[in-house]
Ligand binder design. Structure first.
Ligand code: PGA
Length: 253
């Protein structure tokens, strides 16, 4: 077991996507609680965790986290999207004031699946980001290149384009998740060097912002990835859905 000390701390975040309704959320935390009680595993110093759940599972997850043994009761539960306007005729959307009322403190924005399937653009992702930060939320903004971008040497161009609407912007509650689209849910992980290089590029625009890596992170590769100097955490999809793999991510560090 290694202890990874990072100047910006280390955040291990889970993204459940459109998985785990209320009943499955209860089952997940019951199992996580059992595993934790049996192992007694602690979070290494400086490590924090958040979990982005479907909005309908939010209240169940919040309650379950409160009932977890320490340190798992410190997990921040967030949602996977929110609108930039505070209310209005935006069918299907959720606003910041609604999230505040529900006790949410952190929101995922601009995930590649929102960009790919729901018309999210770099501009709308930036509008959400600015508005939610203004309303006091922590925002984890996701960026990342496609396989075609990478193979045609356009990784930096794509990242620059995705970050352009926030050029020159700094905020202490902003986090960026670098998630190469070709590594999401595919079992293909960026090599630690590839990830570190992309992070260093993003860091040239956002020098003080924590930058997390996402894309097929598992308990097996988390330590190697997190050991890279430019990587400040992980955004984990598939491996955050199962209590056993989720419970192994943090103590592995
Ligand atoms: P994955 O998903 O870990 O299943 O690749 C990561 C993400 O999409 O946030």
């Amino acid at each position: 077991m290694s202890s990874l000390r990072k100047p910006r701390g280390l955040r291990i975040a889970g993204n459940w996507k459109m998985n785990q309704g209320v009943a499955e959320t209860r089952t997940f935390f019951a199992a996580l609680s059992k595993i934790q009680l049996a192992s007694g595993a602690k979070f290494p110093e400086g490590v924090t965790s958040s979990l982005y759940v479907p909005a309908l599972s939010l209240a169940t997850a919040q309650q379950a986290v409160r009932e977890m043994p320490a340190p798992w009761n410190g997990i921040t539960v967030g949602v996977q999207n929110a609108h930039w306007e505070k209310s209005g005729a935006y069918t299907g959307e959720i606003s910041g004031p609604m999230l505040t009322e529900a006790g949410v403190k952190t929101v995922l924005i601009g995930h590649s699946e929102r960009r790919q399937f729901f018309g999210e653009t770099s501009e709308t992702a930036a509008k959400r980001t600015r508005s939610l930060l203004d309303q006091g939320f922590e925002v984890m903004l996701c960026v990342g290149e496609s396989r075609t971008d990478r193979e045609s040497g356009k990784t930096e161009e794509r990242l620059r384009e995705q970050l352009a609407p926030l050029a020159g912007f700094q905020h202490e509650k902003l986090l960026i998740a670098y998630e190469p689209v070709w590594a999401i849910g595919t079992g293909l992980t960026a090599t630690p060097e590839q990830a570190n290089e992309a992070h260093a590029f993003i860091r040239s625009f956002f020098p003080r912002t924590p930058i997390l890596y996402g894309g097929s992170v598992t308990p097996k590769n988390v330590v190697e990835l997190m050991s890279q100097t430019e990587i400040d955490g992980a955004l984990v999809g598939g491996a955050s859905l199962k209590p056993d793999s989720f419970s192994q991510l943090i103590p592995a560090l």
